[in-house]
Design a binder for this molecule. Structure first.
Ligand code: ADP
Length: 593
């Protein structure tokens, strides 16, 4: 019997498994102890047929004595006990190691996901990433635990049984094991195919996760446009794909098992014929015949074990490949080697700033943009949808990367500033409010966990949340989201604003962040907000002239360029979008009772 194909496959797989090497090293003692106990268990099992051999031989050659049987029985019980203890401990050590590896690898990916830039999340689907974090991790655990057991167990048992058989029953063994290499061959030759089909299974599981994720996040839109049937159809397709992928895997795996059982049956019949003949001729004792039969039975497992190992290793390899794909992703926005500390931001300068998205096709969004903003100033931005407002402000905390030498703070290029400090100095309230499934207090304190109570109360007052909190069942301790209350759009936006205000950033950016709040409340909020923002910079993006008019300077963005620039009063006098919108909105206000 040859195990070399296993080594060959292991070698091929090593490329993917390299990710696990540090963990194998870290838990080497768990593995060593695990293997020792595994071998003790195996040795016990190998000894059991000897008791049967002795018992039967004593029965057949007339040397039977009840004291001998009693002693054999006691010995068997002791060995069985050793096997049980050994089995407990190998499981304890080897499964323990694989669970630790799974936990730490998952943590590593989670940490890595946190470091990746938003461009990564733009191209990866949430459901797919979720599947990699769960399903694929399970396959890796199986490979680093069960496969390891199967491999060590199989190799040890096979070699030991062959040694026992060949030493004691050389000729007979050489005949009866003829079918065994075929078992090995079949199992090995299907290994690669199994790996490929398993990858298909994992990929289609990813698709199902994606669909479910889409359904959960988009259920309202799906219902509004009555797209339930459409989604069901797509899900059915993915679900069927998953089933088919699993079936194609089961077909091979299911085919292997009967063939292995058949070949092992052939081995037994060879033994019955040739071994039986020797028993009749008296050259083989009946007890030895039974022992050989037991050992041959025990050989089937290592033969299957080889296949089992390969299956698990292939699965683990396919899953590790999917995990490594994520781990290989590099954050594209990082610190330079020795970044400088972020000083108190006094000026912000944009010099011939350009920005293009490049998803296969380059789309220029910001064009030759120039702007200077000083600490203490408030800049308003108005622009049609798609004019580049969000893109522009995302460049400021380096959520998007600008070209070298086009964006400066205090005349220091943005790339030379420490990223974490830069982001701490700039707070942004995005258009889409993101609150976490935590209490309202935790959501607000998210930006500054150690904020004193009075600061918390102040931002709650400015964001006009006091009245809302009184109506919530547990006030500030009310849970948000699935496990708590459903907030209105305006409430969410005001909590997000409180969160950003609490950070007391040097630059505060509101990206249409109060669109769901009524004009009157918004006016109050902005008025109160400006009081605590003295000496600091604010950027307000809005479609409402009433919001923008609190700004010192207002720019009208037109296809990534400055269309108009000036104070509220100046822009009202000028022909252009600003005046057009101001007139429309003042008419609207007159109409509202
Ligand atoms: P605004 O905030 O003014 O509505 P955006 O800055 O969001 O505009 O978008 C400006 C343009 O950039 C739009 O044409 C939009 O389609 C494009 N855009 C925005 N984000 C991406 C992205 N991640 N990949 C490719 N194009 C994008």
């Amino acid at each position: 019997m040859t195990y070399s194909p296993i080594f060959g496959i292991l070698k091929n797989m090593l490329k993917e498994y390299r990710t696990l090497l540090p963990y194998f090293r870290k838990y080497k003692f768990k593995y060593i102890f695990g293997i020792i106990f595994l071998i003790i268990t195996d040795a016990g099992q190998l000894y059991l047929p000897q008791f049967i051999r002795k018992a039967i031989n004593s029965l057949s050659n007339g040397a039977f004595e009840s004291s001998l049987i009693a002693s054999l029985m006691i010995q068997m019980v002791v060995v069985a006990l050793i096997i049980s203890i050994g089995r407990f401990f190998w499981r304890f050590f080897l499964h323990g190691a694989s669970r630790r590896i799974e936990t730490e690898l998952r943590e590593k990916i989670f940490y890595h996901l946190l470091t990746l830039s938003s461009s990564f999340y733009g191209k990866r689907k949430t459901g797919d990433l979720m599947a990699r974090m769960t399903n694929d991790m399970k396959a890796v655990r199986m490979a680093s635990g069960m496969a390891f057991v199967a491999f060590t167990d199989g190799l040890f048992m096979a070699l030991a049984i062959l040694a026992i058989l060949l030493i004691n029953y050389t000729k007979l063994t050489l005949i009866v094991i003829i079918p065994l290499p075929f078992i090995n061959l079949i199992v090995m030759s299907t290994g690669r195919l199994l790996g490929k089909r398993f990858k298909r299974v994992q990929d289609s599981y990813s698709s199902i996760s994606e669909r479910v994720q889409e359904l959960l996040s988009g259920i309202r839109v799906i219902k509004t446009f009555r797209k339930e049937d459409h989604f069901l159809e797509q899900f059915d397709k993915d679900n069927t794909d998953y089933w088919e992928a699993n079936m194609s895997l089961t077909k091979i795996w299911g085919g292997i098992f009967p063939i292995v059982m058949f070949l092992s049956g052939v081995t037994v019949s060879l033994l019955l014929y040739f071994g039986g003949k020797q028993v009749v001729l008296g050259t083989l004792a009946p007890g030895d015949f039974v022992a050989v039969l037991s050992y041959l039975g025990m050989l089937t497992w290592p033969m299957m074990g080889a296949g089992f190992t390969i299956n698990l290793i292939q699965r683990g390899g396919a899953s590790l490949m999917r995990i490594n794909e994520v781990l290989k992703e590099k954050p594209d926005i990082v610190n330079i080697d020795e970044p400088g500390d972020v000083p108190e931001l006094k000026t912000l300068s944009l010099r011939n700033l350009n920005y293009s998205f490049d998803n296969g096709k380059k789309v220029q969004v910001i064009k030759d943009f120039n702007l200077d903003l000083n600490a203490g100033e408030t800049l308003g931005i108005l622009g049609r949808t798609g004019s580049g407002k969000t893109t522009l402000i995302r460049l400021l905390p380096r959520l998007l990367e600008s070209e070298q030498g086009t964006l400066w703070y205090n005349n220091i290029p943005i790339h030379e500033l420490k990223l974490s400090q830069l982001r701490a100095a700039i707070s942004m309230v995005p258009q889409e409010t993101i609150l976490f499934s935590r209490t309202i207090r935790e959501n607000i304190l998210f930006s500054r966990e150690d904020a004193p109570q009075e600061d918390l109360e102040r931002v709650i007052r400015i964001s006009t949340l006091e009245r809302d909190l009184k109506n919530f069942p547990k006030g500030l301790e009310t849970m948000v989201g699935e496990r708590g209350i459903t907030l209105s759009g305006g409430q969410k936006q005001r909590i997000a604003l409180a969160r950003a205000l609490l950070a007391d950033p040097q630059i505060l950016i509101l990206d249409d962040a109060l669109s769901a709040v009524d004009t009157k409340t918004e006016e109050y909020i902005l008025h109160e907000m400006m009081k605590i923002r003295k000496g600091k910079t604010n950027i307000l993006i809005s479609h409402r002239v009433s919001t923008l008019q609190v700004s010192d300077k207002i720019l009208v963005l037109d296809k990534g360029q400055i269309g108009q620039f000036g104070s509220h009063e100046e822009l009202l006098k000028e022909e252009g979008l600003y005046r057009k919108i101001a007139v429309l909105q003042s008419l609207e206000n007159e109409e509202t009772p």
